[in-house]
Design a protein around this ligand. Structure first.
Ligand code: DON
Length: 586
């Protein structure tokens, strides 16, 4: 059968992975290239890592958060695949390779741009099940039941990753599922070496995993360690069934039967009916002109619209001469643009089928002008009101992004997730699949912060069938001549829109190289808490003493950017040097 791979081939791939550090483009380099300007700060260690995290191709380029996921994409490209085949192969592969970040029981978004065919925004994010109502998560007195949206069976929403990716593949891919899923199947069955980030995630969540999950992510009843081989045999079998049964596997196959059996112990919170009702949403991408480019991104419930507002506001503020000169003035412009965008997100953000989001207004120049007038009043008067108290929440590293671009401008930008580290911490027995905990992306009660410290309003309240608000904002940019210029996105919870903003700002406004732009220390503000977060490397440029009207915290920005760009005849790929991934191409 087509999914049976010759054992010798598994060996070659395993060898490839195990010897990644000896492949020149994956190697760390201690020699500093002359191209680096000492005036461009980078996050700690980034300068030395450039050879590993940057790749230049001519035909195709991919940037993802695991070398083998990028490799999976290139493998199907070499077999005659197009960018969508690359997307499908790398998406399934990454769900095997980063099970703490994403997975087949997660959800996501993808913006697809095929210049000769069209452009689409695919929303295959999780939806609240029919039983998912707000009161389910509240005590009788209206207080929130601690942890119910965060861990366990009730924290999961109806997943969409498999349905979404298969639909995109069916509409635009060229190769059969047996070919595009072959790398993922191989990684699950033959295993791969556990890397530091995955080992850390397993160790951190070990005690809260259910027994089937401990069986997969443990050896001798302890958490699997860095360097050990992770084999996911049940997941391999699930992948084989998807290859055979396509989307029916999630409607009437063994996988959905097993999910439904698991939920009999949990009041049938998610049912087969929920899977049957699940619809992938396909729309036009949200399109806007900004910073000399056209941006295609996801409409709500993604945060793409707030990213564009942020960019527009920055440009409007640049036209005013009332802001302080120099770096402090520039920081104020960036921070105040972020503050407004995240305020809008908190107040208005939610599923557009359930709440009215004034997208046209938020994208308009008149809105940017009005909001800039308000910011200007604060700057001129020196009166800086602060807003609500800080709500500190644990941070995590998860979710994933893949950027793909070929020489003809065909592009895919996709962000996928199980939300928190290992989602719900529950594996559905017999499937190798980990449930998401995306119910936490709803505002469980107005003003109560989620895992990422983000607050929301009634617009993002839990309701059956509803899609939770998301920070995931996959982006594709075209230049003035209409050619695809750039594909970018990031994992990182609340820091997703600002990490994209920071990188676009360095690349398009400050005209720095793509690698320098990705690894430049970042600036973040998310409205609540009312605080600036700065990467420690720029502390000297922005000491608290120069910013008496702000509260500043110097802390590592956790979002990881995956970007590819066309520069002349070259395709440049960069994976964030904070991560484990690499860009690859031809
Ligand atoms: O959709 C969202 O906004 C979140 N589920 C994303 C979570 C995430 O990026 C976690 N990464 N650190």
């Amino acid at each position: 059968m087509s999914f049976l791979i010759r054992p010798s081939y598994w060996f070659v791939i395993l060898l490839l992975f195990n010897s990644c550090e000896s492949i020149p483009f994956l190697q760390d380099s201690s020699t500093e290239k002359s191209i680096f300007s000492v005036t461009i700060p980078q996050i700690e260690g980034a300068r030395e890592k450039r050879d590993r995290y940057e790749f230049i191709g001519k035909e195709i380029i991919i940037s993802s958060d695991h070398p083998l996921a990028s490799q999976a994409g290139m493998e199907v490209w070499k077999q005659g695949g197009n960018v969508v085949d690359v997307f499908t192969a790398s998406s399934f592969a990454i769900s095997v390779l980063r099970p703490h970040s994403t997975g087949l029981l997660g959800g996501g978004f993808a913006v697809v741009y095929l210049p000769n065919k069209g452009k689409w925004a695919y929303d295959f994010r999780e939806r609240s099940p029919k039983k998912g109502i707000a009161s389910f998560y509240l005590n009788e007195d209206g207080t929130v039941i601690s942890g119910k949206t965060l861990k366990g069976a009730y924290s999961a929403a109806v997943p969409g990753n498999v349905q979404g990716i298969l639909q995109i593949q069916k509409q635009h891919g060229k190769l059969p599922l047996s070919v595009v899923l072959a790398p993922a199947l191989r990684y699950a069955r033959s295993g791969f070496s556990v890397y530091g980030d995955l080992a850390g995630a397993v160790a951190k969540t070990w005690t809260s995993m259910n027994p089937p999950m401990q069986n997969v992510f443990g050896i001798d009843k302890r958490a699997i360690r860095e360097g050990e081989l992770l084999i996911q045999e049940e997941l391999a079998k699930t992948l084989e069934r998807i290859i055979q049964n396509d989307k029916l596997e999630f409607l009437e196959g063994e996988t959905i039967q097993k999910i439904s059996e698991y939920y009999t112990a949990y009041e049938n919170f998610i049912t087969i009916e929920d899977f049957k009702n699940y619809q992938v949403k396909v729309t036009e991408p949200l399109t806007s002109s900004v910073w000399g480019h056209t941006i295609f991104t996801m409409p709500p419930p993604s945060s793409g619209v707030h990213l564009v507002t942020m960019m527009n506001l920055y440009s409007e503020m640049q036209k005013r001469n009332t802001f302080p000169k120099g770096e402090v003035g520039e920081l104020i412009r960036i921070i105040e643009a972020m503050r407004v965008a995240y305020r809008d997100r908190a107040e208005l953000g939610g599923d557009p089928l359930y709440t009215n989001i004034p997208v046209t207004k938020l994208l308009s120049q008149s809105y940017a002008k009005e909001e800039t007038n308000e910011i200007e009043k604060k700057v001129v008067s020196g009166s800086w009101p602060t807003i609500s108290e800080e709500n500190k929440k644990p941070e995590s590293y998860n979710t994933t992004h893949i950027s793909i671009l070929d020489k003809d401008g065909n592009a895919v930008s996709t962000t996928q997730s199980v939300n928190g580290i290992f989602g719900a911490g529950q594996m559905v027995p017999g499937t190798g699949l980990v449930l998401n905990n995306t119910m936490d992306d709803f505002a469980v009660a107005p003003g109560v912060p989620n895992l990422y410290g983000l607050v929301g309003s009634k617009a993002n309240a839990i309701e059956p069938g509803k899609t939770p608000l998301s920070s995931m904002s996959p982006v594709i940019l075209t230049d003035n001549s209409g050619k695809t210029k750039m594909v970018i996105g990031a994992p990182g919870g609340s820091q997703i829109p600002t990490s994209i903003f920071n990188t676009l700002y360095r690349y398009l406004i400050q005209k720095e190289g793509l690698y320098d732009s990705v690894s430049y220390p970042r600036i973040h503000h998310q409205f609540s808490p009312d605080r600036i977060f700065l990467d420690p490397e720029i502390k000297a440029s922005y000491p608290q003493s120069d910013l008496p009207f702000y509260q500043v915290q110097y802390i590592r920005h956790r979002a990881k950017v995956f970007a590819v760009a066309r520069e002349g005849d070259s395709l440049i790929g960069v994976s964030d040097p904070k991560g484990e991934g690499v860009p690859l191409g031809f």
